[in-house]
Ligand binder design. Structure first.
Ligand code: MG
Length: 236
Protein backbone atom coordinates (compact mmCIF):
# COMPACT_ATOMS: atom_id res chain seq x y z
CA UNK A 1 0.00 0.00 0.00
CA UNK A 2 3.01 2.26 -0.35
CA UNK A 3 1.83 5.42 -2.09
CA UNK A 4 5.47 6.04 -3.09
CA UNK A 5 5.76 2.75 -4.98
CA UNK A 6 6.67 3.69 -8.59
CA UNK A 7 3.61 4.14 -10.72
CA UNK A 8 3.06 2.28 -13.98
CA UNK A 9 3.30 4.64 -16.97
CA UNK A 10 0.06 6.01 -18.36
CA UNK A 11 -0.79 4.57 -21.78
CA UNK A 12 -3.79 5.99 -23.61
CA UNK A 13 -5.68 3.15 -25.25
CA UNK A 14 -6.73 3.42 -28.88
CA UNK A 15 -10.44 3.90 -29.64
CA UNK A 16 -10.66 0.18 -30.29
CA UNK A 17 -8.25 -2.38 -28.84
CA UNK A 18 -6.85 -2.94 -32.31
CA UNK A 19 -5.86 0.73 -32.67
CA UNK A 20 -2.27 1.61 -31.87
CA UNK A 21 -1.91 2.99 -28.33
CA UNK A 22 0.13 6.07 -27.52
CA UNK A 23 3.41 4.25 -26.87
CA UNK A 24 3.32 2.02 -29.97
CA UNK A 25 5.76 2.03 -32.86
CA UNK A 26 3.58 1.99 -35.97
CA UNK A 27 5.06 -0.33 -38.59
CA UNK A 28 2.32 0.03 -41.19
CA UNK A 29 -0.58 2.47 -41.03
CA UNK A 30 -2.24 1.60 -44.35
CA UNK A 31 -0.11 3.77 -46.62
CA UNK A 32 3.45 4.09 -45.33
CA UNK A 33 5.58 0.94 -45.60
CA UNK A 34 8.89 2.75 -45.02
CA UNK A 35 9.52 0.75 -41.83
CA UNK A 36 10.13 -2.33 -44.01
CA UNK A 37 12.85 -3.57 -46.29
CA UNK A 38 12.99 -6.52 -48.70
CA UNK A 39 15.39 -9.39 -49.10
CA UNK A 40 17.85 -9.90 -51.94
CA UNK A 41 16.66 -12.52 -54.45
CA UNK A 42 19.24 -12.30 -57.21
CA UNK A 43 18.57 -15.32 -59.42
CA UNK A 44 16.62 -14.01 -62.46
CA UNK A 45 15.57 -17.57 -63.35
CA UNK A 46 13.62 -17.91 -60.14
CA UNK A 47 10.06 -16.73 -59.63
CA UNK A 48 11.19 -14.56 -56.74
CA UNK A 49 13.45 -11.88 -58.16
CA UNK A 50 14.50 -8.82 -56.26
CA UNK A 51 18.17 -8.11 -56.92
CA UNK A 52 18.37 -4.99 -54.78
CA UNK A 53 16.39 -6.37 -51.86
CA UNK A 54 13.83 -3.56 -52.03
CA UNK A 55 10.46 -3.69 -50.29
CA UNK A 56 8.36 -4.63 -53.32
CA UNK A 57 5.18 -5.82 -51.66
CA UNK A 58 2.09 -4.02 -52.93
CA UNK A 59 0.63 -1.16 -50.91
CA UNK A 60 -2.97 -0.43 -51.88
CA UNK A 61 -6.40 0.06 -50.31
CA UNK A 62 -4.86 0.32 -46.85
CA UNK A 63 -3.10 -3.03 -46.92
CA UNK A 64 0.30 -4.49 -47.71
CA UNK A 65 0.10 -7.51 -50.02
CA UNK A 66 2.77 -10.17 -50.42
CA UNK A 67 4.27 -10.32 -53.92
CA UNK A 68 6.75 -12.95 -55.18
CA UNK A 69 9.72 -10.75 -54.27
CA UNK A 70 10.82 -12.39 -51.05
CA UNK A 71 10.07 -11.88 -47.39
CA UNK A 72 10.16 -8.41 -45.88
CA UNK A 73 11.59 -7.32 -42.55
CA UNK A 74 11.47 -4.32 -40.28
CA UNK A 75 14.41 -1.96 -40.56
CA UNK A 76 14.30 -1.57 -36.81
CA UNK A 77 15.32 -4.47 -34.58
CA UNK A 78 13.31 -5.64 -31.64
CA UNK A 79 13.41 -8.00 -28.69
CA UNK A 80 10.55 -8.39 -26.22
CA UNK A 81 7.38 -6.88 -27.57
CA UNK A 82 3.62 -6.79 -27.84
CA UNK A 83 2.85 -7.01 -31.55
CA UNK A 84 -0.41 -6.39 -33.40
CA UNK A 85 -1.12 -7.25 -37.01
CA UNK A 86 -4.17 -7.95 -39.15
CA UNK A 87 -4.15 -10.34 -42.09
CA UNK A 88 -6.40 -11.52 -44.87
CA UNK A 89 -6.11 -14.58 -47.07
CA UNK A 90 -7.52 -14.97 -50.59
CA UNK A 91 -11.25 -15.43 -51.12
CA UNK A 92 -12.03 -17.79 -52.72
CA UNK A 93 -9.27 -19.89 -51.21
CA UNK A 94 -6.40 -20.75 -53.52
CA UNK A 95 -4.61 -23.99 -52.71
CA UNK A 96 -5.07 -26.13 -49.65
CA UNK A 97 -3.24 -27.32 -46.53
CA UNK A 98 0.01 -25.30 -46.32
CA UNK A 99 -0.68 -23.73 -49.72
CA UNK A 100 -3.64 -21.61 -48.59
CA UNK A 101 -2.70 -18.07 -47.65
CA UNK A 102 0.57 -19.12 -46.08
CA UNK A 103 2.75 -16.41 -44.60
CA UNK A 104 4.17 -16.01 -41.15
CA UNK A 105 5.40 -13.61 -38.55
CA UNK A 106 8.98 -14.34 -37.58
CA UNK A 107 9.96 -12.63 -34.35
CA UNK A 108 13.65 -11.69 -34.44
CA UNK A 109 13.61 -13.12 -37.99
CA UNK A 110 13.63 -16.64 -36.51
CA UNK A 111 10.58 -17.63 -34.46
CA UNK A 112 7.45 -18.11 -36.57
CA UNK A 113 3.84 -17.67 -35.61
CA UNK A 114 2.12 -19.19 -38.62
CA UNK A 115 -0.25 -17.26 -40.88
CA UNK A 116 -2.50 -19.66 -42.80
CA UNK A 117 -6.10 -20.00 -43.94
CA UNK A 118 -7.27 -22.81 -41.66
CA UNK A 119 -11.00 -22.23 -41.94
CA UNK A 120 -12.20 -25.74 -42.83
CA UNK A 121 -8.76 -26.36 -44.32
CA UNK A 122 -6.93 -29.20 -42.66
CA UNK A 123 -3.17 -29.25 -42.25
CA UNK A 124 -0.79 -30.63 -39.63
CA UNK A 125 -1.68 -29.23 -36.21
CA UNK A 126 1.70 -27.65 -35.57
CA UNK A 127 1.47 -25.88 -38.94
CA UNK A 128 -1.90 -24.20 -38.34
CA UNK A 129 -2.64 -20.52 -37.87
CA UNK A 130 -1.87 -19.74 -34.26
CA UNK A 131 0.84 -22.37 -33.97
CA UNK A 132 4.47 -21.97 -33.09
CA UNK A 133 5.43 -23.40 -36.45
CA UNK A 134 6.62 -27.00 -36.30
CA UNK A 135 6.48 -26.97 -32.50
CA UNK A 136 3.19 -26.21 -30.77
CA UNK A 137 -0.37 -26.32 -32.20
CA UNK A 138 -2.80 -23.55 -31.22
CA UNK A 139 -5.10 -24.29 -28.26
CA UNK A 140 -8.12 -23.89 -30.60
CA UNK A 141 -8.74 -23.18 -34.27
CA UNK A 142 -9.90 -19.57 -34.13
CA UNK A 143 -9.72 -18.87 -37.88
CA UNK A 144 -12.25 -16.74 -39.69
CA UNK A 145 -13.44 -17.40 -43.23
CA UNK A 146 -11.23 -16.68 -46.26
CA UNK A 147 -11.48 -12.98 -47.10
CA UNK A 148 -12.25 -11.94 -43.52
CA UNK A 149 -9.67 -9.78 -41.78
CA UNK A 150 -8.11 -11.61 -38.86
CA UNK A 151 -6.09 -10.22 -35.95
CA UNK A 152 -3.02 -11.36 -34.13
CA UNK A 153 -1.87 -10.00 -30.82
CA UNK A 154 1.44 -11.57 -29.93
CA UNK A 155 3.41 -11.17 -26.72
CA UNK A 156 6.94 -12.25 -27.40
CA UNK A 157 9.71 -12.72 -24.85
CA UNK A 158 13.10 -12.89 -26.52
CA UNK A 159 15.61 -15.55 -25.58
CA UNK A 160 18.49 -14.46 -23.34
CA UNK A 161 22.04 -15.56 -23.90
CA UNK A 162 25.24 -15.24 -21.92
CA UNK A 163 28.07 -15.77 -24.32
CA UNK A 164 27.25 -18.97 -26.18
CA UNK A 165 24.91 -20.17 -23.49
CA UNK A 166 21.11 -19.97 -23.54
CA UNK A 167 19.97 -18.74 -20.14
CA UNK A 168 16.29 -18.24 -20.94
CA UNK A 169 14.42 -19.53 -24.02
CA UNK A 170 11.95 -17.44 -25.98
CA UNK A 171 8.29 -17.52 -24.96
CA UNK A 172 5.23 -16.50 -26.91
CA UNK A 173 1.61 -15.81 -26.09
CA UNK A 174 -0.79 -15.36 -28.99
CA UNK A 175 -4.36 -14.14 -29.39
CA UNK A 176 -5.90 -15.00 -32.76
CA UNK A 177 -9.04 -12.93 -33.36
CA UNK A 178 -9.02 -12.10 -29.64
CA UNK A 179 -8.93 -15.77 -28.65
CA UNK A 180 -6.00 -17.12 -26.68
CA UNK A 181 -4.18 -19.79 -28.73
CA UNK A 182 -0.73 -19.79 -27.06
CA UNK A 183 -0.06 -19.03 -23.40
CA UNK A 184 3.60 -18.36 -22.63
CA UNK A 185 4.60 -21.24 -24.84
CA UNK A 186 8.29 -22.05 -24.65
CA UNK A 187 9.92 -21.80 -28.07
CA UNK A 188 12.36 -24.65 -28.63
CA UNK A 189 14.59 -22.70 -31.03
CA UNK A 190 14.49 -21.03 -34.44
CA UNK A 191 11.81 -22.23 -36.85
CA UNK A 192 12.91 -25.23 -38.87
CA UNK A 193 11.20 -27.75 -41.12
CA UNK A 194 11.05 -31.30 -39.69
CA UNK A 195 14.18 -30.79 -37.64
CA UNK A 196 14.82 -30.16 -33.97
CA UNK A 197 15.84 -26.54 -33.61
CA UNK A 198 18.98 -25.38 -31.86
CA UNK A 199 19.37 -21.92 -30.34
CA UNK A 200 22.29 -19.83 -31.50
CA UNK A 201 23.08 -16.60 -29.64
CA UNK A 202 21.82 -13.44 -31.29
CA UNK A 203 20.96 -9.85 -30.54
CA UNK A 204 17.72 -7.97 -31.15
CA UNK A 205 16.59 -8.49 -34.72
CA UNK A 206 13.99 -7.56 -37.32
CA UNK A 207 10.47 -8.88 -37.45
CA UNK A 208 10.00 -10.72 -40.74
CA UNK A 209 6.84 -11.27 -42.78
CA UNK A 210 7.16 -14.39 -44.88
CA UNK A 211 6.75 -14.65 -48.65
CA UNK A 212 5.40 -18.18 -49.00
CA UNK A 213 4.13 -17.70 -52.58
CA UNK A 214 0.63 -16.63 -51.53
CA UNK A 215 -0.78 -13.11 -51.86
CA UNK A 216 -1.68 -12.72 -48.20
CA UNK A 217 -2.46 -9.17 -47.07
CA UNK A 218 -1.56 -7.29 -43.89
CA UNK A 219 -2.67 -4.05 -42.29
CA UNK A 220 -2.57 -2.10 -39.02
CA UNK A 221 0.82 -3.29 -37.83
CA UNK A 222 2.22 -1.89 -34.61
CA UNK A 223 4.19 -2.96 -31.60
CA UNK A 224 5.09 -1.91 -28.10
CA UNK A 225 8.64 -2.56 -27.01
CA UNK A 226 8.81 -4.31 -23.66
CA UNK A 227 11.33 -5.66 -21.20
CA UNK A 228 9.63 -8.77 -19.87
CA UNK A 229 12.53 -9.88 -17.69
CA UNK A 230 13.45 -6.65 -15.99
CA UNK A 231 12.11 -7.87 -12.63
CA UNK A 232 13.82 -11.26 -12.86
CA UNK A 233 17.39 -11.80 -11.84
CA UNK A 234 19.45 -13.69 -14.39
CA UNK A 235 19.68 -17.36 -13.40
CA UNK A 236 23.16 -18.51 -12.35
MG1 MG B 1 4.38 -19.73 -42.84
Amino acid sequence: HDIERPQPDVVTPGMYPCNAPSDAIVLFDGTDASAWTGSVQDNPKKKKYNPEGKMLWKVENGYLECTPTGSIRTKQKFGDCQFHIEWQTANPRQGDSQGAGNSGIFMMGRYETQVLDNYENRTYADGMAGCVYGQQPPMVNACKKPGDWQTYDIIFQAPRFEGDKLVSPAYVSVFLNGILVQHKTEILGPTTHKKLPVYKPHEKDSILLQDHNNNTRFRNIWLRELDLMKDESTPE
